[in-house]
Design a protein around this ligand. Structure first.
Ligand code: HEC
Length: 442
């Protein structure tokens, strides 16, 4: 069964790459007439360090008691998104290290449709950059060794102009079916905490590595998204993780958030989005996802290079940044060959530090059709997801007629962590009335 599914994906993908006519998948999201489907415009704003703990502190003036009680963000902040984003992005509140020129908000145009098997999304938004954010974790040859090259905009080396801004753009979707307490009211902010990367009071790597569960079992060295329900203390401390047995019980009862990320470098070149979930940490679904490292960390050399027979070169050069005509990702079985140390490397040669593959496995490969295009400063992304992926252990099962809560985020213009734009939670109805109603396809 698994082998068959894989073969279908890669055949369809190859056909897409080759531009063959009649290469449509069984349910072809690209064939949907989106002009007939209503658009909901959602304002995403720059949140800075507005964490779960800040929202519940006295600094969130006149509001913290209501937030503790479970009031919704929009009960006070309806239509304030753009103003809040402008205030925070400029460093006037909750942002100790503003990025010059960054926009405070993004208008995300959202459309949704469904049939008996799939939910289809279409998203459009303007990017703040004059090129696509499709490079990520690159390595450059300096004449002797390979070192990481380029990074995200919050990094000192990029702020100071020593390295170029090179980091993938992303669109993330969180989904809940009512199982996560307060998600319908407070959305993504439940998953965002002091102690996370780029947030106040982040613990040192040694402290996380020394933690009996996060370090010793999960092998982590920093804190990422988690839900308050996974912690034993009321203020959701990073280190008070419940016992694995209790976490397993919450997960089995559906008390996690489904989190899908469409990534311009690490998933779009293979026509997919990743599939993860948030509970005690931000984790990937079981199985094998579409990206991995292309760096042998022991020798610090790439594992694969571009196949010159397929693409005409073995490596990129600095002048290729932003060249829409060149592939920026190495994909196993499509355009990659094993790295040859004797291939005559020149100073300034660049290779991706990530390796893509169309051969996903299990739940991690559920989002097998996601295609985004950047044109004239704006992205258009079409994304399909099975209503029932068959993996209820780490995905939300959506039903026709059901109403769910969704939250969106966009990482735009070479940023990571908190430097994104997020929206307040919205309801999604599969064929029924809600903030976003997925139109039933006939
Ligand atoms: C009871 C009303 C109320 C609720 C509920 C509420 N807020 Fe606020 N929030 C406020 C007020 C009032 C301020 C301005 C405080 C000030 O002037 O210092 C504020 C400030 C903020 C700010 C700082 C930016 C600014 O404009 O000052 C952020 C970010 C924020 N709130 C996010 C949220 C989020 C996210 C939620 C939901 C989890 C939420 N708020 C729920 C009333 C509320």
């Amino acid at each position: 069964m698994r082998t068959i599914k894989r073969a279908v994906i890669s055949t369809a993908f190859l056909a897409l790459m080759a531009g063959l006519p009649g290469a449509a998948l069984a349910a072809d999201p690209a064939a949907i007439d989106w002009s007939k489907i209503r658009t909901k415009t959602v304002t995403l704003f720059y949140p800075g360090q507005s964490t779960y703990q800040w929202l519940r502190s006295r600094d969130h003036k006149r509001a913290y008691k209501k937030v503790l009680k479970g009031d919704s963000c929009v009960s006070c902040h309806e239509e304030e998104e753009a103003d809040m984003g402008n205030l925070i992005v400029a460093g006037k509140r909750l942002e100790p290290a503003p990025i010059p020129g960054k926009n405070g908000s993004i208008e995300l145009a959202v459309q949704a449709a469904h049939d008996d098997d799939y939910l289809y999304w279409r998203f459009r938004w303007k990017s703040n950059m004059d090129r696509e954010g499709r490079m990520h974790d690159y390595m450059m040859f300096d004449g002797k060794t390979w070192t990481f090259y380029g990074s995200h905009r919050a990094k000192d080396a990029v702020r100071e102009g020593r390295q170029p801004p090179l980091y993938e753009d992303r669109l993330a979707i969180m989904v809940d079916d009512g199982s996560v307490p307060l998600f319908a009211q407070q959305g993504c902010w439940l998953s965002c905490h002091d102690s996370m990367r780029d947030m106040p009071n982040a613990p040192a790597a040694a402290a996380v590595k020394g933690h009996a569960y996060l370090g010793k079992t999960l092998n982590k060295k920093d804190i990422r998204k988690f839900l308050p329900s996974s912690r034993t203390d009321g203020n959701a401390g990073w280190d008070t993780v419940k016992m694995p047995g209790e976490i397993a019980k919450i997960k089995a009862a559906g008390g996690f958030l489904d989190l899908m990320q469409w990534r311009v470098h690490r998933s779009n070149p293979v026509g997919m989005a990743d599939d993860g979930y948030v509970l005690q940490y931000r984790l990937f679904d079981a199985g094998k996802k579409m990206f991995s490292w292309n760096v042998d960390k022991k020798t610090m050399t790439p594992k694969y290079m571009f196949d010159p027979a397929k693409v005409g070169f073995k490596a990129l050069r600095e002048g290729d940044i932003g060249d829409a005509g060149k592939p920026m990702a190495v994909i196993r079985g499509i355009n990659a060959v094993a790295y040859d140390p004797d291939a005559g490397w020149k100073e300034g040669d660049i290779l991706p530090g990530r390796l893509l593959s169309t051969r996903t496995e299990g739940s991690a490969g559920d989002n097998d059709w996601a295609k985004g295009v950047w044109k004239d400063g704006a992205y258009t992304l079409v994304f399909r997801r099975k209503l029932d992926t068959g993996h209820p252990e780490d995905d939300k099962v959506l039903k026709v007629g059901g109403v769910y809560t969704v939250g969106f985020a966009v990482h735009d213009d070479n940023v990571t962590t908190r430097f994104h734009h997020v929206g307040f939670p919205l309801s999604l109805g599969i064929g029924v009335k809600a903030d976003i109603q997925a139109t039933t396809l006939k």
